[in-house]
Design a protein around this ligand. Structure first.
Ligand code: HEC
Length: 385
């Protein structure tokens, strides 16, 4: 049945439209639940043992719970809906219909998630190499690999979003994941665990349970957000400080190549807003399910000029579901001459003062200081066009 279904899908490019009559209802989005983090709790290739759960994290890769369910049940970087799966390994899943949502990279595990580490890595691995270009070549190759990983993740996040009704419907009617192989994927899900205040609180519920299907439904209803990379925890971070919960890993959007802007609006717009903010802050934002009026995304960044006009001297207006303090009634977006008083600036730091740190997907960490500094400088100099 399942294989027939996926083949039928392959032959019907417009299948989304053709199923609208019986499309699954996604229902309400609980944002906090959609961003619940689970952690991979055993080293790759080993059976999960009770002691491993009790004793702590050995791998620690974080994913949102819904992202983890898609990952383990649909392809896990190797079968069916994974770009790595070929031929019979796809079990009929159409080529290109990939839901691989594994992290793009893990800092501390993959040497090139950020530029500084990558440079150190390239220097180290080229030590004693007579080729004068070795460092640059190694650096470029490794950064390109991370770039490709991010592209893969974003493409598959988009596919998941575009196919959200069918994903939910086929999981709910039991046709996905298919048959005996589908049952086998349960074992992978058991590698992921939830933590509360740093303490193991249980395995992630699998898709053959109603609890697991509810996790998936809610995550899809919220726009299928994904974590993109992890950073090993700082020694002074308590469990639960970072990306919602858990004993390891901050997480966020990988942004290799995020170059510090010059202290001019054009440069700030090109290097920061365009890559990191416009995807949400535009009238027709297809992602993330934040389109209700009053949620902050009416702040339209599609056009550089309009974006600036919409902020200088303009009161903030957004309401945040995730925090107690709304930006509405908290002040002005850009106060020319005073970066610290500007909500636009504060929102990009780890202490936004109202709502959450931007870009939202960054996991509440704010942008790095070398990016913030020229933005501060530009606002303090008068926030000129
Ligand atoms: C994943 C979606 C998303 C991304 C990406 C994103 N934002 Fe937001 N933004 C929101 C949401 C949702 C709110 C309202 C909730 C809040 O304030 O926490 C918001 C609110 C804001 C506000 C307050 C607007 C007001 O009138 O109150 C500012 C300023 C802002 N974002 C700037 C940025 C900047 C700058 C970036 C990029 C560095 C960015 N955002 C990236 C979703 C996003």
């Amino acid at each position: 049945m399942s294989i027939r279904f996926v083949l039928a899908v392959a032959g019907l490019p417009l299948f989304l439209g053709s199923f609208t009559g019986c499309r699954a209802e996604l229902g309400e989005c609980d944002e906090a639940a959609a961003r619940q983090i689970v952690f991979r709790i055993t080293p790759a290739g080993e059976e999960p043992e009770e002691e491993t759960f009790a004793g702590g994290i050995e791998d620690g890769t974080p994913l949102y719970a819904g992202q983890a369910l898609m990952q383990v049940h649909c392809g896990d970087s190797g079968f069916c809906h994974s770009p790595a799966a070929r031929g019979s390994g796809r079990a009929g899943a159409p080529l290109g219909l990939d839901f691989d949502l594994a992290l793009a990279c893990r800092v501390g595990v993959d040497p090139c998630c950020d530029e500084a580490q990558c440079e150190a890595y390239a220097m180290q691995s080229c030590m004693g190499d007579p080729d004068p270009d070795c460092v640059q070549t190694t650096y470029d190759t490794e950064m390109a690999r991370v770039g490709a990983g991010i592209e893969r993740l974003r493409r598959n996040q988009r596919q998941t979003y575009d196919h959200r009704y069918d994903v939910l419907r086929t999981v709910e009617d039991g046709s996905m994941p298919p048959g005996a192989a589908g049952e086998g994927t349960r074992a992978f899900a058991e590698y992921y665990g939830e933590f509360e205040a740093g303490t193991f609180s249980g395995r992630i519920p699998t898709l053959d349970t109603s609890a697991g299907r509810e996790v998936l439904r809610n995550w899809l209803a919220c726009g299928s957000p994904v974590l993109e990379f992890s950073i090993p925890q700082d020694a002074d971070d308590g469990p639960g400080d970072d990306c919602g919960a858990g004993p390891i890993g901050r997480c966020g959007v990988a942004a290799p190549g995020l170059e510090p802007p010059d202290p001019t609006w054009d440069s700030i717009y090109d290097r920061v807003l365009r890559p990191l903010c416009v995807s949400c802050h535009q009238p027709d934002n297809p992602f993330w399910g934040y389109n209700d009026a009053g949620n902050g995304q009416e702040l339209d960044y599609l056009d550089a000029d309009d974006a600036l006009t919409a902020m200088v001297g303009v009161e903030a207006s957004s309401r945040s579901a995730a925090t107690d303090v709304d930006c509405a009634e908290s002040g002005t977006l850009i106060v020319a001459g005073d970066a610290e008083a500007s909500i636009f600036y504060r929102k990009m730091t780890a202490e936004p003062g109202c709502g959450e740190s931007m870009p939202l997907r960054e996991g509440g960490r704010g942008l790095p200081e070398n990016v913030l500094e020229p933005i501060r400088e530009w606002i303090n100099a008068g926030a000129m066009r």
